[in-house]
Design a protein around this ligand. Structure first.
Ligand code: SAM
Length: 270
């Protein structure tokens, strides 16, 4: 049995964790999937050898991707998630008083394994507001006639089928699927190790939307720990709603002050 699992963050940097047990190791149509247990981080989901989430720190990423956009809109009712097959982002979105949550995930096996091994995230799939569709998010968004208040991209990094989710064409289709004043939000990777990822997404969003904003959070198991999120709208985001849900990372000050490092500001100058 393989004991050490890790992610090659670059050609010469690797983050390793020791498995106390390997719950699943296999391959879906799209990717290699491993779920292991580690004494420090709890259960960990890897896709193609990269950390997707750990039970211990997943709330940071999921709260930040959900609540900054959702509290920036006065009355979100319809929300779309692209990717997010583990259910963690959906759990956070469902804390809001929304009417419908559609989730389009390409890999059914991620959903099924999360239901089996990660109930603290995947319990969201049994919420009656949840509408799960297995399919390619880029294809879905190019065809849908539905309109959403908020569209969130919770995808793997821009390789394979996720590459299409960071292009200008994709954001143009997203814009058509947003209601007036709607917001799109996306994870945009490590600005420290992968500046091209965030720059590509940011400048593509800028070509499509009037207002584009960036924020960061510290996620211990992601490459370099500093992770970026980018959100955009054609309406200026002026103030947030009253925070009326329980969170463990996201809070008022974080939302209102949005402190981002100077090197991130510099890399996003026109
Ligand atoms: N929090 C994670 C991170 O940044 O490491 C993302 C986790 S979530 C499990 C990512 C999901 O996006 C995967 O389950 C993957 O199958 C899905 N995905 C990738 N490309 C997709 C596409 N084109 N359409 C829908 N889902 C996609």
């Amino acid at each position: 049995m393989k004991i050490w699992f890790g992610e090659n963050q670059t050609n010469d940097v690797r983050l390793m964790v020791k498995a106390s047990s390997v719950l699943f190791s296999g391959k879906s149509k799209y990717q290699k999937i491993d779920i292991i247990e580690n004494p420090t981080y709890g259960k960990i989901l890897f896709l193609d050898g990269t950390f997707q989430l750990t039970e211990r720190d997943e709330y940071i990423y999921h709260e930040m991707l959900a609540h900054i956009p959702l509290f920036s809109i006065s009355k979100p009712e319809e929300v779309l998630i692209i990717g997010g097959g583990d259910g963690g982002l959906a759990r956070e979105c469902l804390k809001h008083n929304i009417k419908k949550l559609k989730l389009v995930e390409i890999d059914e096996m991620v959903v099924e394994l999360s239901k089996r091994y990660l109930p603290s995230l995947s319990s969201s799939f049994s919420d009656k507001r949840m509408d799960l569709l297995i399919g390619d998010g880029a294809e879905f968004i190019s065809k849908t006639k539905e309109k959403f208040d908020v569209i969130l991209i919770d995808s793997t990094d821009p390789v394979g089928p996720a590459r299409a989710l960071f292009t200008e064409e994709f954001y143009r289709n997203v814009k058509m699927a947003l209601k007036n004043g709607g917001i799109v939000g996306s994870q945009t990777g490590s600005p420290f190790l992968f500046p091209e990822h965030i720059k590509n997404a940011y400048f593509n969003m800028k070509r499509v939307f009037k207002y584009v904003y960036v924020y960061v959070a510290t996620v211990p198991t992601y490459p370099s720990s500093i992770w970026s999120f980018t959100f955009a709208s054609d309406a200026e985001i002026k103030r947030r709603r009253e925070i009326d849900i329980k969170t463990s990372y996201y809070n008022e000050k974080m939302h209102d002050c949005n402190v981002i490092p100077q090197f991130v500001i510099d890399m996003l100058k026109d």
